[in-house]
Ligand binder design. Structure first.
Ligand code: BGC
Length: 766
């Protein structure tokens, strides 16, 4: 690197300016110190934004998560990064400013994935990205997109699905939406970050096949279809090497094979060795420490780090800065259109709600239902969700109580008089907090104990109201997994459900359970009790309004599960390889599920397992009822080179308008014999609103390579020739409506032999 010449030019009057000169010219003009600064963020105190006593980064957005180092002499701005994904997370107030800054709390990723509507998810991304733009944020730290491997992962709510195709397509849509604003989106956490226990150091041990087919596949899809400008590495190790220090992951796979052109940043304080991170291609370290800066500087001077590698990383960071709204001197307004975004939050929450059960058409609510008995603390203070471990400073969270009242329903006054003071008292003890407005919001990870109204009161409620609604809630956040007890209903919840059902069923009135959860919980032991179960997930700030619309039938449910609900926790394929009630300490030689986690279930994650090994589930992947009914007919396949277009006709054969999600599963020839899942989702599509009697043709596309399995022996993607593939058109993974067979020609595509496991594992086999 011609450092001295470049430095000399930089001192002269003709200093190359970013945005005017080429990236090469700017990079060549940078001093070694400037380069080391540029690849290290400005520290946790984004507002102060100083680093090693040198030039401040000028980052005026409190609550932002990170920033980059500004080099004014070369026109290099300090840009600002903030968290999503379910809404922009910045501080409500700014220094010397009396205004409060509100953002929209959108439904969490599990809820968005349940819409199976990529256009809608793109709109959510567009809205979150717009709030970032209008509040002066250049880089949104979202979407999060790890596989929901186990129901106890504390961050499942931020992730989309147990399936890589759903994950990848959702993330791609979200990225397209965000980046349409000129704001950078960041795929995180790359890769295999499926547990929070010991997340900074856990070694995820995974076969190359499971990596390729399950854990990396979603990222591959999102990269190709969404073209994000940034990727954030995860904290954990993958087969013995920190993700942020892995040449195989970041260079061989991400850059060379997948042709990623953007910027790679670390998770906050992720990895251990700044030099190895630089070498691996982790372009930027966030939030950045003085120690990392000094280490990089010294390593280059001592010839321990090849300066060419640093230069490569610097160029990647410059690319990100070049695209940033700050470089373009975008004048942010501090006033995004919160009303328009609330409407998107409301629509996406509605479409993401999954009707799990609906005996005797308990829903939609009969027109005779005017007065509702509302049980469960969360009915009065819905958990809206959050971004990372923090809440989004939204204008309000509409509770189910408010949603019902807004929709014209009466809610039992005596129950209001019981719950509201109880919740308000919890609030003063720090259990609940109110950011704005009158509705209490839960503090993350802590829920109040359920109240137990006396049987006499329940009987009086059953007499004086038309039906009962009971909300069950769970919340979690980053750094901690859920406790196994969170998977099951608590004793007090079961007791409440039992007594409400007893009192209301005794007088012939219905009980509907609303699930306000971020991911999978146990349902098998209690699902027979209520008449209907509506899974609302963590539905964002408009949750109560969305719920009221679905309950009343103004919005016909069209959400389907992006995760399977197993019968028992022990049925979960990773049950014996996941931290249960996380042990806190490492042991010499490594503690199982803490220091390392063996992904012994291999590719058999979620429905791939339940289907292939004959396990009954409580609610299958892809399941979701409607108030109307759909009929499928005339499946077709048209081949065009390596591209297959699959189509099926879908008719609304019921009495209400509705949308249907069609799922395309594929079985490889002799799947069982070749240790392949019984069937795998390869594509999906959602119809537009179909009126009763209306038919639409739904088309889906797959490529031959999408049908391939990964062969670790040969490091290649392979499609078997020996027989026909079966294409299944399903309303869920367990409700196949039509199918066809087709002889797909054999195929083999060689790829890099990366990320080999370092230890022997007993992998699950069919
Ligand atoms: C989290 C990321 C987040 C970052 C910045 C990390 O600890 O894992 O999801 O984007 O912090 O807040």
């Amino acid at each position: 690197m011609a450092m001295s010449a470049a430095a000399m030019t930089a001192c002269g009057p003709g200093k190359p300016q970013l945005g005017v000169a080429t990236i090469d010219e700017v990079a060549d003009a940078m001093t070694l110190k400037e380069k080391a600064h540029l690849v290290v963020g400005t520290g946790m105190d984004v507002h102060a934004g100083t680093q090693t006593g040198e030039s401040p980064a000028h980052t005026p957005i409190p609550g932002a998560a990170g920033a980059t180092y500004a080099i004014p002499r070369l026109g290099i701005p300090g840009i600002v990064m903030a968290d999503g994904p379910a809404g922009l997370r910045i501080n409500p107030m700014r220094e010397g400013d009396t205004a409060t800054y509100y953002c929209t709390q959108f439904p969490v990723a599990t809820a968005l994935a349940s819409t199976w509507n990529t256009d809608l998810v793109e709109q959510v991304g567009q809205a979150v990205g717009n709030e970032a733009l209008e509040y002066g944020i250049d880089v949104l730290l979202a979407p999060a997109m790890n596989i929901q491997r186990n129901p106890l992962c504390g961050r499942n709510f931020e992730y989309y699905s147990e399936d890589p195709v759903v994950t990848g397509k959702m993330a791609a849509a979200y990225v397209r939406g965000v980046q349409g604003n000129g704001v950078c989106a960041t795929l995180k956490h790359f890769a295999v970050n499926n547990q929070e226990s010991n997340r900074m150091a856990n070694d995820a041990r995974v076969s190359q096949r499971a990596l390729r087919e399950i854990y990396l596949k979603g990222f591959e899809i999102a990269l190709k279809e969404g073209k994000p400008w940034a990727v954030m590495t995860s904290y954990n190790k993958v087969n013995g090497t920190y993700a942020s220090e892995s040449v195989g992951l970041l260079t061989t796979l991400l850059r060379d094979e997948w042709k990623f052109k953007g910027t790679v940043m670390s998770g906050w304080f992720g990895g251990r060795n700044a030099v190895l991170q630089m070498e691996a291609g982790n372009d930027m370290l966030q939030p950045g420490t003085d120690g990392q800066y000094e280490t990089i500087l010294k390593a280059v001077k001592d010839k321990k780090l090849d300066e060419a590698k640093l230069d490569r990383n610097v160029r990647h960071v410059l690319e990100m800065l070049l695209r940033s709204p700050r470089l373009q001197k975008y004048k942010y307004t501090d006033s995004p259109d919160l009303n328009a975004h609330a409407a998107i939050a409301r629509r996406s929450a509605e479409e993401g709600m999954v009707l799990l059960k609906n005996d005797s058409m308990a829903l939609p609510l009969d027109s005779a239902v005017r007065k509702v008995a509302l049980f469960g603390c969360a009915s009065y203070a819905l958990v809206p969700g959050g971004s990372g471990s923090g809440t989004v400073n939204s204008l309000h969270t509409v509770s189910l109580l408010e949603g019902l009242e807004n929709a014209g329903y009466a809610v039992s006054d005596s129950l209001k008089a019981l719950y509201l003071p109880y919740l308000a008292a919890g609030q003063s003890k720090g259990r609940l907090k109110t950011l704005a407005g009158s509705v209490p919001e839960y503090d993350t990870q802590r829920l109040p104990r359920e109240l137990q109204p006396a049987m006499a009161m329940l009987e009086a409620e059953a007499d004086s109201t038309d039906m009962a609604l009971l909300t069950i809630s769970r919340t979690s956040g980053e750094s901690e997994d859920l406790d196994i007890t969170d998977f099951f209903l608590r004793r007090e919840e079961t007791q409440l459900l039992d007594s409400v059902c007893k009192a209301f069923h005794a007088v012939g009135k219905k009980v509907v359970v609303v699930l306000n959860v971020g991911g999978v919980i146990e349902t098998a032991s209690w699902k027979d009790k209520p008449d209907a179960i509506l899974c609302a997930w963590l539905p964002g700030q408009e949750g109560g309004n969305s719920l009221a619309n679905v309950l009343a039938g103004k919005s016909v449910p069209s959400g389907k599960l992006p995760v399977s609900f197993p019968l028992h926790y022990e049925d979960v394929p990773s049950a014996s390889n996941f931290p249960i009630n996380a042990m806190q300490r490492s042991t010499p030689g490594g503690k199982k599920d803490w220091d390392y986690t063996n992904y012994e279930e291999d590719i058999y994650v979620g429905y791939r397992y339940y289907d292939s090994f004959g396990y009954e589930v409580s609610y299958p992947f892809g399941h979701g009822l409607s108030y109307t009914a759909f009929e499928y007919s005339e499946p077709t396949i048209v081949a065009d080179g390596d591209k297959y277009t699959l189509a099926v006709k879908v008719k609304n054969a019921g009495h209400m308008p509705g949308k249907e999600v069609v799922q395309l599963y594929v079985s490889a020839p002799q799947a069982g014999r070749h240790n392949k899942p019984e069937k795998e989702l390869k594509a999906f599509a959602k119809t537009d609103m179909l009126q009763p009697g209306q038919t639409a043709e739904v088309k889906m596309e797959v490529r031959a390579i999408d049908l391939a399995s990964f062969n670790s022996q040969t490091s290649s993607w392979e499609v078997d020739g020996g027989g026909s593939h079966t294409f299944w058109f399903g309303a869920s993974s367990d409700d196949i409506r039509d199918s066809l067979r087709y002889d797909v020609p054999p195929l083999q595509v060689k790829v890099g032999d990366v990320l080999k496991p370092q230890t022997m594992m007993r992998l699950l086999h069919r």
